[in-house]
Design a protein around this ligand. Structure first.
Ligand SMILES: Nc1ncnc2c1ncn2[C@@H]1O[C@H](COP(=O)(O)OP(=O)(O)O)[C@@H](O)[C@H]1O
Ligand SMILES: [Mg+2]
Length: 374
């Protein structure tokens, strides 16, 4: 297997990744992103390759991987990287004992810097942010799903969402509305709109059980009355990263507008993309001052949240995205934090992402070299 051995002198970055299957390559967008990253790295003297978890030779410290030479993908056997960038995109694969132990080994290896440590669980994120006096006001009220908590939350809020702790793209999200003693619920994936009615809490609970909600790990979250554009709710997709100085910066922010009568904004669920500096001034009537008041809130979120999560969850992150809702009064609320953001559709955000990431690779290698010199 170990045919071609490449020794490189400059910094080497390995992206650990898989497709849906442990031994597959990720297709489509992620593959495209790696190609762009490899090319960006090359311009700054960094060699970047992808590899699968099962292609590591720990004894000889060699890895069979893939890189893009500007024209096509090629495979080779490369030296251990200075930096391992965890881009395993499937929670079940990352949670498998084999992959977990590989990531742990990288983490404990003194010659390697590993990030992003792992996927986040929506509940641990909530607890971290809510448990801090300065940031608690930035998250909607949230509880773990139990019968009692659901009962209480429905007393406190006219609408709640049930969210799986470990999912994405709206999968499994349920919205419950109530009017008097009537309840109705719908699923994010349902286009319709289709609402299932219940005339009592007991009945609602029975229905949820029937829809298999109660067997999984869910959260209950107060549903925010989100700002609307043309009658449709929207939220922000923001990305934050560490830059060439090792500090967190805002990579960029875009708007996602939900489809008609939908309660999630993802593009696969009927949502569409729009520009932050166009939508915000028009919705909040701030045409003269633009997005200034909102930029301040974003900046504040970026200043507090990423370092807080790194510290409280004891993880190493260099990039994250946040879904941020804005309520009718203009207050921003963090709806979700994602440690493995998908490739943004906005070209300018993607470009900034690549520049920051490569600059951060350089920053880390310099830090590592200094450490080794001492
Ligand atoms: N508390 C909330 N109130 C109102 N809408 C929300 C709330 N939380 C999430 N949403 C909507 O649902 C979408 C999906 O929620 P999110 O927590 O990001 O889950 P996922 O992991 O599936 O993306 C958000 O992008 C937003 O449009
Ligand atoms: Mg989300």
């Amino acid at each position: 297997m170990l045919s071609k051995i490449r020794n490189r002198t400059g910094p080497v970055v390995g992206i650990i990744t898989t497709g849906k299957n442990k031994t597959n390559n990720p297709g489509g967008a992620p593959q495209h992103l790696y190609r762009e990253l490899i090319s960006q790295g090359r311009q700054k003297g960094i060699f970047i390759y992808n590899f699968h978890p099962h292609n590591i030779d720990w004894k000889r410290r060699l890895i069979k991987g893939y890189t893009h030479n500007g024209k096509r993908w090629e495979s080779g056997v490369y030296r251990f990287p200075d930096i391992v960038y965890n881009r395993i995109l499937y929670r079940n694969i990352e949670a498998s004992p084999a992959v977990k132990s590989i990531l742990k080994k990288f983490q404990q290896d003194e010659n390697i810097i590993l990030f992003n440590t792992r996927f986040l669980d929506k509940w641990e994120v909530h607890k971290a942010i809510n448990g801090n006096r300065d940031t608690a006001h930035l998250v909607p009220e949230t509880e773990l799903l139990t019968r009692e908590n659901l009962y209480l939350m429905l007393h406190r809020h006219p609408e709640v969402l049930l969210k799986p702790r470990n999912s994405s793209k709206g999968q499994g999200i349920i919205k419950i509305k109530q009017a008097g003693k009537q309840f109705s619920f719908s699923r994010a994936e349902w286009n319709g709109p289709k609402w299932i009615r219940s005339n009592s809490f007991i009945n609602l609970y029975r229905q949820l059980k029937f829809h298999n909600v109660l067997n999984q790990k869910y959260l209950i979250q107060e549903c925010i009355d989100l700002a609307r554009y043309n009658g449709r709710i929207f939220d922000l997709r923001s990305q934050f990263q560490k830059d060439g100085t090792g500090n967190w910066v805002l990579t960029g922010v875009g708007v996602r507008i939900a489809g008609k009568n939908r309660f999630v904004t993802h593009i696969p669920n009927g949502g569409s993309l729009a520009a932050y500096n166009e939508i915000i001034p028009s919705v909040y009537n701030t045409v003269s001052e633009g997005t200034r008041a909102f930029d301040k809130q974003l900046k504040n979120i970026g200043l507090f949240i990423p370092p807080l999560l790194e510290e409280k969850l004891q993880i190493n992150l260099a990039v994250l995205s946040m879904d941020i809702g804005i309520d009718r009064s203009g207050k921003m609320l963090i709806l979700e934090v994602n440690s493995k953001p998908a490739r943004f559709d906005e070209h300018h955000i993607r470009q900034r992402h690549l520049i920051n990431l490569v600059d951060y690779f350089l920053f880390l290698t310099e830090k590592k070299n200094k450490r080794n010199d001492n």
